[in-house]
Write a new protein. Structure first.
Length: 602
């Protein structure tokens, strides 16, 4: 029986990227190479880690293959024997389970795990059909029925540790109540056995299935990815969860942490750029400029303020920044003209601006000592500047607090306050509040482009696509490149969480209407159609992927071929991807597919 991992979403369909990475971790060979035989402890650790990886992915047969390779070199390795008994039992290989149980009993008759694995073998010998049925129901998206069938196996409610990962995955995906129960029971297990990395990994993965706990799950996976026993499965789950996070500065920080340990991931590099783009280019340049002033990198500060002014000649705070720089450089006449210009642009902030620059008497610049040198004066960074900075570094609470202080001010300061609160609401996925804030900003300055763009995304977030498109047409709005793809990916992410196959398929089709060439939406649609026993429709989607020779479509088509273990097709499809567009995971997938194809040819 081929047992798949059951993910949240009913029919077990995981995202394209996760599938790519899962198959990329295939064992290097079906046989031990001379290098492995000679590597001693390193090979043992690697093979045990491979086994744990496949177990965590719900593929005990492959886990058993890794353990058998280890036992061929170390036949008395008790850890491998204990795990081999479990993997053989849960994959319904009764004879192998009995054989490894006898070896384990002879090798380590006093091992405390012996009682547990003996009971497991007996249990699954008697109830193997129940386990098979539970897995089949879960694969068909019938989560509640699958949970009920699993519970028939568990006497007195005791879930065997070897079945716990797959059971809690199914339980968490069965309903909101099931999710809470799975999380609570896993917390209890982890508290009772803090060193049980399997339970820690399962709990972290489950946390990533909900938006409100996803960030916590990501942080836990990042920590688990540092541990030898869970390194690879945690890394893969960590990567996938990062792709599910929203595009905001906090996500950017987390992606940077991943890329620091795993460089060269093109998909995450692309998402990083999107996460860093939540603030308009002008505001971003202004924030960097003020930071450079504080760090006394005056040349960089001037370049950033000039860039912001080039984008918006009415950017009063960037003009003010130039005035501060001219004071520091002791170029007082220029500083006075720039201050006057900033005040003219934002007369309601005249007092704040004048206080920020301080005295402009000759020689008041302080010889480059920074803002508010010998002439005195407060910080040039007023509440809205500080709020933009807080927003950029991901401090949403700080940005919210500082921006609200500006709401009681007239003119430009209030406008900035509304804009910042709108961005905060977008990043919190509170699209209703974001719409209100951007509409407030537009009431203050009707054609403000950043406010129009923010309103567009607030409408898209509420799935008011027709209104968003009308706004775009009426305002002549140029939304950021790839917004259609972003909308399609948002629909794809929502489809992953749907238990109803028909609803998920309909949502994925809507995603393709928004972005017809999106290879990853097509991939998920093909898998959903296959799971729903609609092979002709799935074949049509797969054919469209194979006909498109672009890199993304070729990779997505290769993953579908890998689902069917058509390794020759996988090789042919990935060979179409230019080398410069491949990352390490693609190269690993291609190498392993080629190896599997050659082995099958032999």
């Amino acid at each position: 029986m081929r047992h798949r991992k059951f993910r949240r979403g009913g029919n077990g369909a995981a995202s394209a990227t996760l599938a790519a990475l899962l198959v990329a971790a295939l064992p290097a060979s079906a046989q031990l190479s001379p290098d492995v035989r000679a590597s001693g402890g390193a090979a043992t650790t690697n093979l045990l880690e491979q086994a744990q990886f496949w177990q965590q992915q719900g593929q005990p047969e492959r886990a058993l293959q890794s353990l058998e390779r280890l036992l061929a070199v170390e036949p008395n390795n008790v850890d491998a024997l204990a795990n081999a008994v479990e993997m053989a039992a849960v994959s319904n290989q009764t004879a192998a389970a009995q054989r490894y149980l006898e070896l384990f009993r002879r090798t380590s008759p006093q091992d405390p795990r012996l009682v547990r694995v003996t009971e497991l073998v007996r249990l699954l010998n008697e109830d193997s059909e129940v386990l098979t049925s539970a897995r089949g129901l879960a694969a068909a998206g019938r989560g509640a029925e699958a949970v009920a069938r699993y519970r028939q196996l568990f006497r007195n409610g005791n879930v065997p540790s070897v079945l716990a990962p797959e059971y809690f995955q199914v339980l968490a995906g069965s309903s909101e109540t099931g999710y809470r129960e799975a999380a609570q029971q896993l917390q209890q297990r982890i508290a009772a056995a803090p060193n049980d990395t399997r339970m820690a990994l399962t709990y972290a993965q489950i946390l990533t299935y909900r938006e409100d706990t996803r960030a916590e799950g990501v942080d836990r996976l990042q920590e688990l990815a540092r541990r030898p026993g869970t390194r690879e499965p945690a890394r893969l789950a960590w990567r996938q969860a990062l792709l599910w996070l929203g595009d905001d500065p906090e996500t950017a920080v987390r992606i940077e942490a991943y890329l620091a340990a795993n460089p060269g991931d093109r998909e995450l590099e692309t998402k990083l750029r999107g996460a860093q783009g939540g603030i308009s280019p002008g505001a971003s340049a202004r924030i960097v400029g003020w930071s450079a002033v504080e760090a006394r990198r005056y040349g960089e500060a001037e370049a950033q303020f000039m860039a912001a002014i080039a984008l918006d000649e009415n950017d009063a705070e960037s003009v003010l920044g130039l005035a501060v720089l001219r004071k520091i450089q002791n170029r007082m006449p220029e500083a006075q003209r720039l201050l006057a210009r900033a005040v003219a642009l934002s007369p309601d902030r005249a007092e704040e601006f004048t206080r920020s620059v301080g005295s402009l008497a000759p020689n008041a610049g302080g010889g480059g000592r920074g803002v508010g040198g010998a002439g005195g004066g407060g910080s040039a960074a007023g509440p809205t500047v500080q709020a933009w900075r807080a927003l950029q570094r991901g401090d949403l609470d700080g940005a919210d607090r500082l921006a609200r202080r500006a709401l009681s001010s007239p003119g430009a300061a209030r406008l900035d306050g509304e804009m910042i609160l709108g961005q905060v609401a977008l990043q919190r996925r509170d699209f209703v509040a974001a719409e209100m804030r951007f509409r407030n900003a537009l009431s203050l300055r009707p054609r403000q482009q950043d406010a129009q763009t923010g309103l567009y995304f607030a409408l898209v977030g509420q799935e008011r696509i027709a209104e968003a498109d009308a706004l775009q047409r009426e305002a002549g709005l140029t939304v950021p490149a790839g917004s259609g793809a972003a909308r399609a990916i948002a629909m794809r992410d929502r489809a992953l969480l749907l238990d109803n196959p028909d609803e998920a398929i309909a949502l994925l089709r809507r995603g393709l209407e928004t972005d017809p060439g999106n290879a990853w939406v097509k991939l998920d649609l093909a898998r959903r159609l296959t799971a729903a026993d609609r092979p002709e429709e799935a074949a049509a989607v797969q054919a469209s992927l194979e006909q498109d020779t672009s890199a993304e479509s070729s990779m997505a088509a290769a993953l579908l071929a890998m689902d069917g273990e058509r390794y020759g097709e996988v090789v042919a499809l990935l060979d179409r991807v230019p080398v410069r567009l491949r990352n390490t995971d693609t190269d690993r997938l291609l190498a392993n597919a080629r190896r599997e194809y050659e082995i099958r040819q032999v």
